[in-house]
Design a protein around this ligand. Sequence first.
Ligand SMILES: C[S@@+](CC[C@H](N)C(=O)[O-])C[C@H]1O[C@@H](n2cnc3c(N)ncnc32)[C@H](O)[C@@H]1O
Length: 295
Amino acid sequence: MGNHLVKKNSINHDSNFHKLFSSYKLINENRVGFDEREHLGHALIRDIFKGNFSSPIQDILFDSDTNILDVGCGSGFWLMEMASDYQKPNYFGIDILPIFPEFTCPKRIKFRQGNFFKSRYEDNTFDFIHMQFLVCDFTVDQWENFVFQELARILKPGGWLEICDPEFKFENDGPASNKLNSAVCKNIRSKNGDPLIVHRHRSLIESIPSFSSSTLHHEKRKFPLCSLDNKELGELGGFHTKESCRNILQGPVGKDLNIKPKEIDSYLDKMSREFILSRSYFHVHRFYVQKSWEV
Ligand SMILES: C[S@@+](CC[C@H](N)C(=O)[O-])C[C@H]1O[C@@H](n2cnc3c(N)ncnc32)[C@H](O)[C@@H]1O
């Protein structure tokens, strides 16, 4: 996948995710580094779940009337890969930040810069909606009262919703990774988010009438951080997490922990050693569910 061009629209706010990890200004200053990390994250999730999706949607992927939406599409790697693998459907991506490719993508992908909460897509528009890693972008109130209601509204009857999110908790952690994760969780909570909201996804989805009569499928996987557990995946998983943590330490969480810029490298090296010594990992979850035909 080629390099990506940033839209020139100016914006005056960042998403919670980008406030936590790095500001929009920081992203633009190191656009290539940011894209590479996003691409690696996308590829790791695809490999961990053995595919870009788990929903049984094979039959609609060869139909030019199929509409597929990626909410919070970021740099657009998932959409571009899907559009290259399945060339018939119409693809749509929405992200609050203008970080998706403007010129270097197939015409069948329509990117839109906008806030999902104000997007007002028509009722019953999409056959498949994908949403990945927006766990720290929404408040608990939004998760409880808007997100799944809105996704159900804009899905067609019989359409599929698939959502993938991590747990913000290192398993087999060490002191440095534990300390950083606690500070990240505190930061997310201070913005009325819940770093472990993924544990509520099942009950929130099942509370929506148009999902409640369908089976909710759930896959839980390890995201390895140590090559001893899974050679290539663990090595890259550890690297990706280390670089994400670098970003975090450059922002408000680094200040909260009183870690100075010149101390970041040694903190990260300590964390990387812990990942290997303790065989650390974290969990990622994928849920998928079909909207009832009778709505
Ligand atoms: C962690 S990134 C995930 C990107 C991509 N889904 C992936 O899996 O790599 C979260 C993305 O959601 C976007 N986002 C956050 N809040 C949003 C909102 N209210 N509407 C649209 N996009 C939003 C952020 O700008 C960011 O690009």
